[in-house]
Design a protein around this ligand. Structure first.
Ligand code: UD1
Length: 366
């Protein structure tokens, strides 16, 4: 029985890596990696396949760039042709990016069952493209692999049967634990960012790329002001996403001398930086979870999170986007009152194996 594993954008790759390992460890299900090409630059894409040990994709669709409709449309057309040529028994999608949405719709319309990994998350913020992707994907998917209790609650409220909802823990955590182990055994001195780390006993790490934060000049300038202030007390390193780089340039926003701007980092280089940071400031979804997995204080620059377990149990603080509130959270961490939290249930490094076991059983009984 063939399963298509769909990956398209940077945050998908760390979720697919442990799933591929779990598929490789068994014989009942075969798989093909379908890369939509939503992210295509080497440092947003190929570097992750190499570092995370993902085999080269069986198919690369080159459907990146353009508006949401253009991108989603290109992925749908390409994926429909693939599924028609060699029909899989199921399609597995991860996360909430445009590739997740596009491939789910195509598969369902061809009558192919869809498994959604990281199902049930809800920010309640319909201005986020990811929220729309999550809602649409979950409205049509067949099997829901859930990372945290809120996901189970949302899916039940939306009428999904308990038999289709599987709380399995988090593949993103499988990956970070696996890679952190590997990092411990390797020489990190040649990694990007190692020189910055060596030069600073204490530092913070920033990532920022949500359209709501970076596409509006006023919003971005306000956040930049907060970061500049924090950097007076704690040097910051900021790997800049291509979207954010373009906005900083076009709005003429200067982050000052205490924030070190670097390009997008490979997985290991970035992990090597943030795992030892005093704090992480981010609007990423995945990093909220990864910092919780390793107990690093995280300040989320958003007004909502679809990952509330990271706040309820983990090391995440939801600061909002007001500069004074962001600064207050940072000062709390700098005083030594940052959250360390604990790892939520089943964030134990074995989520992918659970998923493959359940899929094997479910597909075997169809
Ligand atoms: C996408 C996901 C977002 C995820 C993020 C991580 C959606 C709706 N959004 O947002 O959930 O958190 O990936 O990065 O799917 N670009 C490049 N090179 C690349 C990729 C992108 O230059 O390899 C530039 C392009 O100008 C592109 C822009 O970045 O138009 C935005 O890329 P896109 O994939 O549309 O969305 P992200 O902001 O990356």
């Amino acid at each position: 029985m063939l399963v298509y594993l769909v990956a398209g954008a940077r945050p998908n790759f760390m979720k697919i890596a442990p799933i591929v390992r779990a598929f490789q460890a068994q014989q009942q299900l075969s798989f093909k990696i379908i890369h939509t090409g939503q992210h295509y630059d080497r440092d947003m894409n190929a570097v992750f396949f190499e570092e995370l040990g993902i085999p080269a994709p069986d198919v690369f669709m080159a459907a990146g760039g353009g508006t949401h409709a253009e991108q989603t449309g290109k992925i749908m057309v390409g994926f429909e042709a693939l599924c028609t040529d060699a029909r899989p028994a199921a399609v597995l999608v991860v996360g909430d990016v445009n590739s997740t949405l596009a491939c789910s719709i195509v598969a369902k319309k061809l009558g192919i069952p869809v498994a959604h990994v990281e199902a049930g998350l809800r920010s309640g913020d319909m201005s986020m493209p990811e929220e729309i992707n999550r809602l649409v994907t979950d409205s049509i998917a067949d099997w829901f692999f859930v990372t945290e209790p809120s996901g189970v609650a949302h899916l039940r409220r939306e009428g999904k049967p308990d038999s289709a909802i599987h709380y399995v823990g988090h593949v993103m955590v499988d990956n970070v634990l696996f890679q952190a182990n590997k990092l411990q055994e390797s020489d990190t001195s040649a990694l990007d960012g190692a020189a910055f780390k060596a030069a600073h006993a204490r530092y913070g790490v920033v990532t920022l790329h949500r359209p709501g934060n970076v596409d509006d000049p006023v919003a971005l300038a306000r956040i930049a002001g907060a970061l500049t202030n924090i950097a007076l007390e704690l040097p910051l390193i900021f790997p800049v996403h291509p979207r954010t780089r373009a906005r900083l340039d076009s709005f003429g926003i200067d982050l000052g001398p205490h924030i070190t701007l670097v390009g997008p980092q490979g997985y290991m280089a970035f992990l090597n930086l943030w795992k030892d940071a005093v704090l992480v400031l981010t609007d990423s979804g995945g990093l909220q979870e990864e910092t919780t997995a390793l107990g690093v204080p995280c300040i989320t620059i958003r007004t909502s999170t679809e990952r509330p377990v990271t706040v309820d149990e983990g090391s995440n603080m939801l600061a909002g986007t007001d500069p004074a509130a962001i600064l207050a959270c940072a000062r709390q961490v700098l005083r030594g009152d940052g959250k360390r939290g604990r790892r939520p249930a089943l964030w134990d490094g074995h989520a992918a194996e659970r998923i493959v076991t359940i899929l094997t059983r479910t597909l075997g009984s169809l």
